[in-house]
Design a binder for this molecule. Structure first.
Ligand SMILES: Nc1ncnc2c1ncn2[C@@H]1O[C@H](COP(=O)(O)OP(=O)(O)OP(=O)(O)O)[C@@H](O)[C@H]1O
Ligand SMILES: [Mg+2]
Length: 509
């Protein structure tokens, strides 16, 4: 006798359908699992048998064979505990139900309770695309799974409850969508109004947010670099529903949702500088996990104390920052995760922190400063469209009683600039000025003749690379957008060039 039910697996950021078949023939008790299972899948037979026995379900003495099709894709994780259990209950005559329109994902505990699995959201999305009507998921995954419309999601906490539900002995309402962290920014949360003075830096941060540009903040200790960086998400435009789904999918695969539903606010990831290349880019033993760059998808990756990161970790970032995706290859497996991010980095100009500070004397030897700064490679530095100095805050500024501009006010301007960009890129895949590609350059970055002259002068005098030239123009495009000017003018270019001059001040020592 052969029975089958449907389950799903994860490949990259998408789910794929897995048919779980089972057959039993009389003979010595045995339990075989085929279909390229990894260690976690293989162990499922012990979990399932113990759970069934602990819940009072007797199994006949037979040779059971389970097949996870398609057999040429490696199956990972404990997702298949639940479909295997369902098949076993059917084979043993403990369950009589039509399972043709249903799918199952979930890990079992030895007492028959269901534990959450990673990647529930992308699997449920695929289930809906495959025409599945009902999907049974662990209760802890219900929040994210219920976000998907057009499929009934049933949160299950125990296999006895599942049996009763499938046989119609109990009734249950499908789960309703839950939204994670969807309180709008309140007064308790970081806000730009808490940052006194620093008007030039705030202007640079606003431009960065308006165009999605990477920004590097350099300044002495205590000048407020980390404080400013943490407030960047508060002025970024609200996420679209597609962006929410994209980001939630990655967090779901990484097992970082912790029972939450849809992520509705842009992620802010601030990995410590001891992070490994794998932690930052993705990989790891077992299944390939998304790294910090992908967890920050559609949000901000904050690299505090940039030169303290290992060179190998920083170099991992170079390609994904440029492309918006990262491909991880490992022993015959390839996995591509998206990482459309804005990088915000902060650093001191030297090991003691006071190089170039008018109020303190720097105690570092020149060679030491050079070594310190050279930890940030030229190509990486080149990727920061905006590089800005954060000077120490003046006493009068700190004591000033007038209220600084709030995040809400800045966000309004950012939103207006983004709206122009949304219209501009309506027919293209580009999302913001920072991501304008080579083919769109001519069309979207039109400059007037005066601006052309300014640009030529800066290019020759400052020795820009081709990338720096492109990036200056993109920043100028954003500055023009903030002014609602379709044409890029000379003063837009001048301001943009000014944000590219720090490498000459510090890196040319
Ligand atoms: N402009 C400012 N307005 C109000 N408070 C500020 C400002 N700048 C700094 N502070 C205060 O100083 C503290 C330290 O700032 P922050 O940690 O951002 O400094 P930093 O530049 O990151 O220093 P480091 O280089 O040591 O990391 C902040 O928590 C805040 O209380
Ligand atoms: Mg800091």
């Amino acid at each position: 006798m052969v029975v089958r039910c449907t389950s799903f697996g994860i490949n990259g950021i998408d789910g794929y359908k897995v048919d779980v078949e089972a057959s039993a023939r009389p003979g010595m008790p045995a339990f075989d699992l085929v279909g390229l299972p990894d260690a976690a899948v293989k162990e499922s037979k012990d979990r399932v048998r113990s759970a069934l026995s602990n819940c009072g379900f007797k199994l006949p003495s037979a040779h059971f064979v389970f097949n996870l099709a398609p057999a040429d894709i490696k199956k990972e994780g404990p997702i298949y505990d639940l479909p295997i259990t369902v098949n076993l209950l059917t084979l043993a005559g403990h369950l009589h139900a039509d399972l043709s329109q249903s799918a199952f994902i979930g890990e079992l505990s030895l007492s028959g309770e269901l534990r959450s699995v990673n990647g529930a959201l992308p699997m449920v999305i695929t289930a809906r695309e495959c025409g599945i009507k009902r999907i049974y998921v662990p209760r802890a995954n219900a929040g994210e799974a219920a976000v998907v419309e057009g499929i009934e999601v049933y949160p299950v906490h125990h296999i006895v409850q599942l049996r009763d539900l499938l046989e119609g002995r109990i009734e249950m309402e499908p789960a309703k969508p839950v939204r994670a962290n969807n309180n709008s920014y309140s007064e308790l949360l970081p806000d730009f109004s808490q940052v006194k003075g620093q008007l030039e830096v705030k202007r640079a941060v606003e431009i960065a947010a308006a165009g999605g540009h990477n920004i590097l903040l350099i300044g002495p200790p205590g000048s407020g670099k980390s404080m400013l960086a943490k407030r960047v998400p508060t002025i970024l435009p609200d996420m679209t529903f597609e962006e929410m789904i994209d980001t939630t999918k990655i967090h779901s695969i990484a097992g970082q949702l912790h029972g939450d539903g849809l992520i509705t606010q842009r992620p802010f990831r601030a990995p410590h500088h001891t992070v490994t290349p794998v932690g930052l880019g993705g990989g790891g033993t077992g299944s390939i996990k998304p790294g910090e760059v992908s967890l920050a998808h559609h949000g901000v990756l904050f690299l505090d104390e940039l030169p303290e990161f290992s060179r190998s970790a920083l170099e991992v970032l170079r390609q994904p920052i440029e492309d918006g995706t990262i491909t991880i290859s490992r022993s015959g497996q390839n996995c591509t995760y998206p990482c459309s991010i804005m990088v915000v980095a902060a650093m001191n100009p030297c090991p003691c922190g006071y190089f170039g500070d008018p109020t303190h004397t720097c105690t570092c030897a020149e060679a030491k400063i050079k070594r310190y700064l050279n930890r940030v490679s030229g190509p990486l530095l080149d990727r920061f469209d905006i590089q800005v100095e954060v000077p120490p805050v003046k006493f009068e500024e700190l004591r000033a009683t007038e209220q600084s501009e709030s995040s809400r006010e800045i966000k309004e301007r950012v939103n207006a600039a983004r709206e122009l960009q949304r219209k501009r890129f309506e027919k293209s895949k580009t999302t913001c000025n920072a991501k304008i590609n080579a083919s769109e350059f001519e069309r979207f970055c039109k400059i007037d003749s005066e601006a052309e002259k300014t640009l030529r002068r800066s290019f020759e005098k400052l020795g820009f690379t081709a990338r720096a030239y492109n990036r200056v123009l993109k920043v100028a495009r954003t500055i023009a957008d903030l002014e609602r000017s379709e044409l890029i003018m000379s003063h837009h270019v001048l301001e943009a060039v000014q944000y590219r001059s720090l490498d000459r001040k510090y890196w040319a020592v």
